[in-house]
Design a protein around this ligand. Structure first.
Ligand SMILES: [Zn+2]
Ligand SMILES: [Zn+2]
Length: 146
């Protein structure tokens, strides 16, 4: 595909000191109901769009917080040190991708979530679209593998 025809997604944190740009279609857009996302977001789930790192550019200072996920993966969250906006997460398995917090995009209205993961941990008050695919935990899909 011609790179100039690819969609460009721009976004940033609340205070404006962190900006980013992601090029092309996300690998996947997903809701995550895991305990880590609930605790970190303060909400019932997080929603993220996954992009290959080579299609992603970050500007501005970020602080990082690393945690061990239930499945043994190391997850690193990057957030704005000034306003606290969660910008993205990186995972030790698979590497090479960033998952951008969907709400930090300037315009996320065209990026519709396809799946909800860790749905076993969904709270009764977190009402979701029942039409999208639900997975109890982390599904075995591989980004880029189709
Ligand atoms: Zn900020
Ligand atoms: Zn999660």
């Amino acid at each position: 595909m011609n790179k100039q025809k690819m969609p460009i997604h721009q976004g940033g944190c609340h205070c404006g000191s962190v900006r980013y740009q992601a090029t092309g279609k996300p690998v996947i857009v997903a809701h995550c109901h895991c305990r880590d996302c609930q605790r970190l977001s303060g909400a019932g789930h997080s929603t993220g769009a996954m992009f290959a790192v080579e299609n992603f550019r970050l500007e501005g200072p970020v602080s990082e917080y690393a945690l061990d996920a239930d499945n043994g993966n190391r997850v690193t969250k990057a957030f704005c040190p000034t306003c606290g906006s969660q910008i993205l997460g990186r995972n030790s398995g698979p590497t090479g991708y960033v998952t951008v917090s969907l709400g930090t995009l300037d315009d996320s209205s065209a990026l519709l979530p396809q799946v909800a993961i860790f749905a076993r941990n969904r709270k009764p008050w977190d009402i979701m679209d029942e039409k999208i695919a639900n997975f109890d935990g982390q599904p075995g899909w591989k980004p880029g593998g189709g």
